[in-house]
Design a protein around this ligand. Structure first.
Ligand SMILES: *[C@@H]1O[C@H](CO)[C@@H](O)[C@H](O)[C@H]1NC(C)=O
Length: 210
């Protein structure tokens, strides 16, 4: 019985030729066997065939679909993995950081982009491009153009969350629980600045002049 095979370059074509050889050879091999494992049953492949490859002849592997190489060690990905991705198994790429999608053809931003940000490759690096009122690596920080003063936090675009005792768009207005009297001004929480000649917590006292 003869085989038309080349070590390490065993193609489907030669596989079929070999089958034809088996079927017409008049050997003792069983006929009509479904797939070509009528090859050398004692064949040894060392190192062994990987990924479901079949050892059909000494040191010759017949690889399953999607694999290639002498011991079927390499997976084939079609389309090929893009952007430096590695083919893990047929049709499955492992992507480098910053890339995603079935073929690593999409950029991904670690942690995603929030608030309508868009992940885009900028000079090969994945970055979130934020809408105008958001900033930060994930567009997680709102922008308050007016600023948030006195310990206020910008919680959404243009909106400050103010600490107790402060109000206003920029947390710039102090609150005095009791109104400052006689033209006094509330300058920080519960603190009045009085106009002369007034004094006291609420500017309620008139200083006596001697
Ligand atoms: C395959 O290798 C074994 C030893 O490893 C040897 O005995 C056998 O004859 C070889 N078969 C062929 C077809 O060369």
């Amino acid at each position: 019985m003869s085989f038309f095979v080349h070590k390490s370059a065993f193609s489907l074509f030669s596989f079929l030729l070999a089958l034809a050889g088996v079927c017409s050879g008049g050997s003792d091999a069983p006929r009509g066997v479904a797939v070509g494992f009528v090859f050398d049953l004692k064949a040894k492949c060392d190192p062994p065939c990987e990924h479901g490859g079949v050892c059909i002849r000494n040191n010759t592997c017949f690889c399953s679909k999607g694999y290639e190489g002498e011991t079927c060690q390499y997976a084939n990905c079609f389309p090929k993995c893009k952007n430096g991705g590695a083919c893990l198994r047929p049709g499955k790429c492992r992507c480098l950081p910053g890339y995603g999608g079935r073929y690593c053809h999409k950029v991904t931003c670690a942690g995603g982009c929030w608030n309508g940000g868009e992940c885009t490759a900028v000079n090969g690096v994945a970055k979130c491009i934020c809408p105008s009122s958001w900033t930060g690596s994930k567009c997680q920080d709102a922008i308050c153009p007016q600023g948030c003063r006195n310990g206020g936090n910008c919680v959404s675009p243009g909106i400050c969350s103010c600490p107790e005792g402060w109000v206003g768009g920029a947390c710039h207005t102090a609150v005095c629980s009791q109104t400052c009297l006689n033209g006094g001004k509330c300058i920080s929480p519960n603190k009045c600045r009085c106009r002369p000649p007034f004094s006291g917590p609420r500017c309620e006292e008139r200083k006596k002049s001697h």
